[in-house]
Design a protein around this ligand. Structure first.
Ligand code: DOR
Ligand code: ZN
Ligand code: ZN
Ligand code: ZN
Length: 386
């Protein structure tokens, strides 16, 4: 059967270095099967998954479980991160060397926040000796407290507890210093605040091994999405929170000037029941895998703010280089990881078409272009659209 490539772009398969696949333990939210099917629909051929599952991915056996389950049920390559600390308490370091030997591509505190400076310093020393990236969520829990949105004019008007941008930037500042001291490769997740972007730019100007990612939602939205009149919709609730126009502009500038290396979704599915809870008690998170590229193509490329090939780099070569992933991306002899994208046809974001179990996105109803029509992972067709 012939494939019509008129108006289509043949691109390297996308990599998303930050997703929550929820298996094991939270299969009502997502599974490796549904999460990787969503990835394939989004044009992704590789995703890196976070360890805040139940149990937490804190042992070589659990790293093995991710690889084995993906081999059976996956529609893309899945590369797991190991947790920096054991379990959910953040009190004892994992066996980082054993995690690496089992195939962990980095260690992280995402979803299992490590607050202790001495523990982070020790983890970075070990990771540096192993040449393993340290991937940080960056949230000072004392400053973030029980906040449910960005601390600013909107939170004050609504009387809702806020999370200051400072809760992110102070942790990034600390971890940049620890990375310089230890020689660790520090990767900053989901950067959302103007100060944070400046800190990463400064670290790079010093020649440090510091890299960063930004999500589509922090590039496109502001805190104005939070409803000011009646009950707030928890589908607008995410951590780090959506911040101000100034912060959004800073993130975009950081992406354009190379301070921010890549786009990552922080795909974080939750059940509809959980997201129907009152705004203050509902869980944080947006799904993002299926719409990340079309959103940014439509909002940034079509509006002339970034060139298509520059955006594509942020989804492909850059994450592959930062994490030294030799898979698919323009390397002679590698088996194909490809996505063929329709740059012309416009489609509406609807939950009926979602492969993810999650419905939690602020972009429902949006008309966007740049959807994948064919995704190929390791020479195998993993998604076929129309
Ligand atoms: O919005 C978020 N969702 N932020 C996080 O840090 C965790 C994630 C999740 O696991 O749901
Ligand atoms: Zn996080
Ligand atoms: Zn700010
Ligand atoms: Zn995350």
């Amino acid at each position: 059967e012939a494939i019509d490539l008129q108006g289509k772009a043949i691109l390297p398969g996308f990599l998303d270095m930050h997703v929550h696949l929820r298996q094991p333990g939270f299969e009502a939210k997502e599974t490796i099967e549904t999460g990787t099917a969503a990835a394939a629909r989004g044009g992704f051929t590789t995703v890196a998954c976070m360890p805040n599952t139940r149990p937490v991915i804190d042992s070589p056996e659990l790293i093995g479980y991710i690889y084995e389950t993906t081999a059976k049920e996956g529609s893309c390559t899945v590369l797991p991160y190991g947790a920096i600390t054991k379990g959910e308490l953040g009190e004892e370091l994992t066996d980082i060397a054993a995690l690496k030997a089992a195939g962990a591509i980095g260690i992280t505190d995402d979803g299992v926040g490590v607050q202790s400076s001495s523990m982070m310093r020790e983890a970075m020393r070990i990771a540096a000796s192993l040449d393993l990236p340290v991937v940080i969520h960056s949230e000072d829990e004392d400053l973030a407290k029980d906040g449910c949105m960005n601390e600013g004019v909107v939170s004050k008007r609504l009387g809702l507890p806020g999370i200051p941008g400072l809760a992110e930037s102070v942790m990034i500042a600390r971890d940049i210093l620890l990375a310089e001291e230890t020689g660790a490769h520090l990767h900053v997740c989901h950067i959302s605040d103007a100060w944070s972007v400046d800190l990463v730019r400064y670290a790079k100007s010093r020649g440090l091994k510091v890299t960063a990612e930004v999500t589509p939602h922090h590039l496109l939205l502001t805190e104005e999405i939070i409803d000011r009149t009646d009950a707030q919709d928890a589908n607008m609730k995410v951590n780090p929170p959506i911040r101000t126009e100034k912060d959004r502009q800073a993130c975009l500038r950081g992406l354009l000037d190379g301070t921010i290396d890549m786009v990552a979704t922080d795909h974080a599915p939750h059940t509809e029941e959980e997201k129907k809870r009152p705004f203050q008690t509902a869980p944080f998170g947006f799904v993002g895998l299926e719409i990340a590229f079309p959103l940014l193509y439509t909002e940034l490329v079509e509006t002339g703010q970034i060139a298509l090939h520059e955006l594509v780099k942020k989804f492909t070569i850059n994450p592959a280089n930062v994490f030294k992933i030799d898979r698919g991306v323009i390397a002679v002899g590698n088996v194909a990881d490809l996505t063929i994208v329709d740059l012309e046809a416009e489609r509406t974001v609807t939950v009926e078409e979602f492969k993810t179990k999650g419905r939690n996105t602020p972009f429902l109803g949006k008309k966007i272009k740049g959807w994948s029509v064919l995704t190929i992972n390791q020479g195998r067709i993993t998604y076929r659209g129309n």
